[in-house]
Each structure stands twice: as C-alpha cells, then as structure tokens.
Design a binder for this molecule. Structure first.
Ligand SMILES: O=C(O)CCC(=O)C(=O)O
Ligand SMILES: [Fe+2]
Length: 263
C-alpha cells in the first residue's frame, strides 16, 4: 500500500474537532495550479483519477497526512470531484451544509476545497462557520441566516487546500468582479474503525481539551460543544463502541481505498 504518514498531533486533532476544518496554505505546486485553472466547470472524473492529480493533490504529503490522521490508514481516494468555477459577479450562496450530512459524532468523511488560484474578498471566497459541523440542522433552515459572527472568509493564496468536516456550514460569498474563481471539491472517506494512530508522543490518551467558545456561541451552547467534542475525541481514539456505517453521502460520492491504488 502507498505509504502515507500521519501529520497531525493531539493538539491539531483537538483543533479540527473544534473548528471543523484545517487550512493548508499554498501547498500545491505552481505549475499544477496553472493547469487546474484551465479546467471546465462542473463534474470532473478522469482528471481526478489521473496520476498527476493524485500525486500533486490527493497524495500530497500534507493533504494525505491529514486524511491519514483523521480517517485511518486505508482511507479512500475520490473518483470524482466538482469544479465550482465562478466568473461573473453574483450575490453569493445562502449558508448550507452539503447533501446528506451524517448525524453521528465520528469523523468518517473529509470534504476538501482546493483553490488553484489566489482568492481575494472581491472574488467571492468560500465562507465557513467554525464549529458549525457540531450543529446538524435542516439544510433549508439555515439558509435564512445572513452573516454569522466569527464566520471565516477563505481568502487564500493559490494552491491552498482546506479540509473540512462534511457537516460544516458554508457558502460561496458574494463576488463583485469578472475574474475566474475556481474551487475543486472532493472527498476522502474512512474505511476502518478509528484509533489514535496520528502523531503521538505518549500512549497515554489525553482528555479532550476544549478551546472555548466560538464567537457566535453562548455559554450553554458552549457546554454542548465541549460535550460533543469529547464524544468525537473518544470515538476517534477508539474508546467508544464502533459501528461501521455506510456514509449517506456515498450514495453520490465514490472512492477507491488506498490499498487498491497504484501510481
Ligand atoms: O464555491 C464555493 O465557494 C462553495 C460552493 C458550494 O458550497 C456548493 O455549491 O455547494
Ligand atoms: Fe456547498
């Protein structure tokens, strides 16, 4: 099997549990970014399964290292992706979580946003709400929220990959120029029960460290976040009973386990 080393330590796993995303800034090679800027909008299949996309993006040591840390050794590589390419000005999307977000505490699905070009505020960056993956709601029910205190605009340098918990609330922000802005979205899935096999210094499992309130969160909700964070941490460390579940989003998104990939 292709050797992928985990990159996250306990503290970084806590941060992912708390925020629901991790930003890997400017990691993809410039020439490859330029190549991706010529892709058509919409569904991508062959290109995503090409050796060059696998080598430059999916198996980039930092991208694969996060997938390996949060999803275990035999995570799946995507067979398709979607190029969210906007060129003309638009008002932006309403807040949503994608498709069939799961309801459990575990981390089984990482949805990634790859930006092959610089994204500035005028370009309509993706906007994410940190910690919102803890709040499973009806997709339509959050569409009426405007901007939420503490939301993060992903204004990022070219070659950035943002890896998110699938349930995170997000939207494409308003765009006021005529520049092309692409975001290539793809997913990694878990295929094995979790255990604490990321970068660890000691076999002793630390207790979950809660990072405090997100800016839009009040005291009582913060307790709920802490509790949910603890559940997720214990689950990831393999301390909770594990039931293999077929992630609902896999009805639409497929992948190939790493042990079946040959470059
Ligand atoms: O393009 C973006 O920034 C986000 C797009 C998106 O979330 C969607 O279409 O589901
Ligand atoms: Fe979306």
């Amino acid at each position: 099997m292709i050797d992928v080393q985990p990159t996250l330590n306990d503290k970084e796993v806590f941060d992912f549990i708390h925020n629901g995303y991790i930003i890997l800034e400017s990691i993809i090679d410039e020439d490859f970014n330029s190549k991706c800027q010529t892709l058509s909008p919409g569904h991508l299949t062959d290109f995503i399964q090409s050796r060059s996309f696998r080598q430059n993006v999916l198996l980039h040591p930092q991208v694969a290292g996060v997938a390996r840390s949060l999803l275990g050794p035999n995570f799946t590589l995507p067979t398709s992706a979607h190029n969210h390419l906007y060129e003309h000005p638009h008002e932006g999307q309403t807040l949503h979580s994608d498709g069939l977000t799961e309801s459990g505490y575990g981390i089984t699905h990482l949805q990634c946003y790859y930006y092959p070009q610089l994204v500035e505020i005028e370009d309509g960056p993706t906007i994410v709400v940190p910690g919102s993956h803890q709040r499973l709601v009806d997709r339509e029910a959050i569409a009426h929220y405007g901007n939420i205190t503490g939301q993060v605009c992903l204004t990022v340098p070219a070659g950035t990959v943002v890896m998110t918990h699938y349930g995170i609330w997000h939207k494409a922000g308003p765009k006021i120029n005529q520049k092309k802005r692409s975001m290539i979205k793809f997913s990694f899935f878990r295929t094995q029960p979790p255990k604490r096999d990321w970068v660890i210094e000691s076999d002793e499992v630390p207790t979950y460290q809660h990072s405090g309130r997100h800016r839009y969160v009040t005291e009582v909700e913060s307790y709920r976040d802490r509790r949910r964070g603890e559940y997720t941490w214990n689950w990831l460390c393999g301390l909770t009973e594990y039931q293999a579940e077929y992630h609902p989003a896999r009805m639409f998104v497929t992948g190939i386990p790493l042990n079946q990939i040959q470059l």
